[in-house]
Design a protein around this ligand. Structure first.
Ligand SMILES: [Zn+2]
Length: 391
């Protein structure tokens, strides 16, 4: 597909993908693939959790400064406690967060630092636009009930967390010349936090917060937890964009609820949508965006461990609207390059498909229209899809 557009300065920088130096360690059984960069062009990432993308070294540094004892002293030993190597249960996966979240939560310097370093890591992967998500409550230690991770009460509220992350992201944007926006997560098991989350989305919509998300255990539906539905109604009312984790482990009915009740504009994962062909066809017709995370889907046991049977292959063949994402690169010891190389090696992805899915991601991003146009222009230019005209 070629498009005719006017060449203009875009404000997006195309970084050189120099290396995979993201501070992560080669422990996973899939790590050999991560050395391969199969799509060395600007990328867009829409589904990645800030608290699942922290550098191991940062956890060690912060623990040392705060006199917090960890089960290991070196990054490689600490990674052994955090990284999931083989397909795990949801409980095993969630347990990984409890190994380190108490180190960074409630610490102003650490919260700002992880946001800043996140932008650096994404720039090194060749990402030029990223939407990073997190629960402000899970990084706070006051004005949150219950206080998470067995922390003592402190003075960092969910509102402070959002402010600190915004600072870290915008400093990172200036330093590494890419664009980073954020999405605030409601947690399915904590419906009482959800109205706070939408209020924070509203308060910080001019400072980089672009959407609301719902994450966690999908067995807790919204019928039984009206707090989420009320928060999403408020988001819709106020023009806050909406995405929902659905159909990852939970059934297609959770996706249906996300679209019909929560008015989701994008679906996090959504693999099990394929089990309801009527719903799948409807979402295809609606051009619903699926935020697909291949490595994650294997290691959380959301999908068959055999990548050649992955649902994203159907999405690719149907020319669906979807993106490729890392989800929790710290816990999966992965980079975005690993997801792309697996898509190429096991799922038959081509360079053309990589370009197409990144254009889909840009079009489905939660940027305002003018910035979205600018991002698309940068991609078209980098992908050799611009024909200059003689006007
Ligand atoms: Zn996720």
């Amino acid at each position: 597909m070629y498009v005719i557009v006017r060449l203009a300065a875009t404000g997006f920088c195309t970084p050189v993908v120099s290396s995979l130096c993201t501070g992560r360690l080669s422990l996973s059984t899939m790590a050999e693939h991560s050395e391969q960069i199969v799509f060395d062009k600007p990328k867009v990432e829409l589904h990645v959790h800030l608290d699942g993308a922290i550098r191991v070294q940062t956890i060690l540094d912060v623990a040392k400064r705060r006199n917090i004892t960890l089960p290991a002293d070196t990054a490689s030993e600490m990674a052994q406690h955090i990284v999931v190597h083989q397909p795990a249960t949801l409980t095993e996966f969630l347990d990984k967060f409890s190994k380190y979240m108490h180190v960074v939560a409630g610490d102003r310097e650490a919260i700002k630092r992880i946001a800043y370093e996140f932008v650096e890591d994404k720039a090194k992967e060749g990402v030029i636009y990223v939407e990073v998500r997190y629960s402000p409550h899970l990084l706070a230690n006051t004005e949150v009930d219950p206080i998470p991770w067995n922390q003592e009460e402190g003075d960092v509220s969910p509102d402070d967390v959002v402010h600190l992350v915004n600072q870290g992201l915008s400093e990172g944007e200036r330093a590494f010349k890419i664009k980073a926006r954020s999405i605030l997560c409601c947690m399915r098991h904590m419906p009482s936090w959800s109205m706070d989350v939408v209020e924070l989305c509203k308060k910080y919509s001019q400072e980089g917060v672009v959407a609301i998300d719902l994450a966690g255990d999908e067995s807790r539906n919204c019928e039984a937890n009206p707090g989420h539905r009320m928060a999403y109604e408020e988001a819709l009312h106020c023009g806050i964009h909406r995405t929902v984790h659905a159909g990852e482990v939970g059934p297609a009915s959770v996706v249906k609820e996300a679209v019909e009740v929560l008015k989701a504009e994008r679906i996090g994962h959504g693999y099990r949508t394929l089990e309801d062909q009527t719903l799948y066809k409807k979402l295809l017709a609606l051009k619903m965006h699926f935020e697909v995370c291949p490595v994650s889907s294997k290691l959380t046991s959301a999908c068959n461990a055999d990548f050649t049977k992955h649902p994203v292959i159907t999405l690719m063949k149907d020319k669906a609207n979807y993106s490729l994402n890392t989800d929790d690169p710290l816990i999966f010891n992965s980079t975005l390059h690993l997801d792309y190389s697996i898509a190429q090696k096991y799922m038959g992805f081509t360079e053309e498909e990589f370009k197409r899915l990144n254009i889909c991601a840009a079009k489905s991003s939660f940027l305002p229209e003018d910035e979205k146009k600018e991002l698309l222009h940068t991609l078209y230019e980098a992908y050799g899809m611009i024909k200059t005209t003689a006007f």
